[in-house]
Design a protein. Structure first.
Ligand SMILES: Nc1ncnc2c1ncn2[C@@H]1O[C@H](COP(=O)(O)OP(=O)(O)OP(=O)(O)O)[C@@H](O)[C@H]1O
Length: 254
């Protein structure tokens, strides 16, 4: 059992309110780890801090044994940890293909100068990126809509593009914040199957999801957060039966 991510004592406040109150958690390589907890428990904030959107106030993060505490998003992507982000609203006309390429080009190490000057290296890289984008689109069964603008896609297809963008970074670990929210049951099943397939290919996944049936089916272990820290961890049935977890969901203080 190898730890891919190790978080210790992570804290973060906003305007004097402590939202993360000392998160200690580990993500095992090869797992699909579920992250659940009542509204406001701090799950998305944890993802925001882990992905470098906000620096932590305190604590430590090790990714594959390397200290990445406070690293910026691009450095974390390079180190193999990617978070899926909602598609940028500023680019409604961009196609699926362009979205995938855009994220691929944003990878660290891409020389903007080389791209501007149109060097041979840049052209070669562009071709590679195109092939990768096509492969990702095929894998997610988005190839038939690859030239469609994002706005023409269904909610579920947009979620798939978000996952596709993350895949363009060749991640070791993907942090997914409710990838099935608002998606119809058929596409939810499809997304679930994609997550299992990506995991089978060696990608570790940490999944925030409110649909407990999905969490039960996809995730092991399940980490429950409440009041800004980890409350319990275990198999789904084990955590579901835990009294502290039940009380946290009912909104009682413990
Ligand atoms: N940038 C921010 N500025 C101010 N407050 C914030 C910020 N980000 C998060 N919070 C606060 O942190 C608390 C935890 O929010 P967070 O979204 O992390 O919870 P969550 O567990 O993901 O909840 P949900 O399941 O409802 O998405 C909330 O009270 C939220 O208002």
């Amino acid at each position: 059992m190898t730890l891919l991510l190790s978080v210790r004592g992570m804290t973060r406040s906003f305007y004097g309110v402590q939202v993360l109150t000392g998160v200690d958690l580990d993500i095992v390589e090869g797992s699909i780890t579920g992250l659940i907890g009542p509204n406001g428990a701090g799950k998305s904030t944890l993802f925001n801090v882990l992905s470098g959107l906000y620096p932590p106030d305190g604590g430590r993060v090790l990714l594959a044994g390397r200290d990445v505490t406070g690293a910026r998003p691009a450095q974390l992507v390079k180190a193999g940890m990617v978070r899926s982000f909602q598609l940028a609203r500023g680019f409604p006309k961009l196609s699926v293909f362009q979205h995938l390429i855009l994220y691929g080009q944003a990878q660290p190490g891409e020389g903007l100068w080389a791209a501007i000057t149109g060097s041979k290296v840049a052209r070669q890289r562009e071709e590679e990126l195109s092939e990768e984008a096509l492969a990702v689109a095929r894998r997610l069964r988005l190839d038939h809509v690859i030239d469609n603008p994002i706005t023409a896609l269904s909610g579920g297809q947009k979620k798939l593009v978000e996952i596709g963008r993350a895949l363009m970074a060749h991640p070791k670990l993907i942090l997914l914040d409710e990838p099935m929210a608002g998606v119809n049951p058929t596409l939810t099943e499809e997304i679930a199957a994609h997550l299992l397939a990506l995991n089978a290919d060696g990608i570790t996944i940490c999944l925030i999801e409110h649909d407990m049936a999905l969490i039960r089916r996809l995730c092991n272990p399940v980490i429950v957060m409440a009041e800004g820290r980890k409350l319990v961890e275990g198999g789904f049935d084990e955590v579901a039966e835990n009294r502290d977890v039940q009380e946290a969901y009912l909104g009682r203080r413990h």
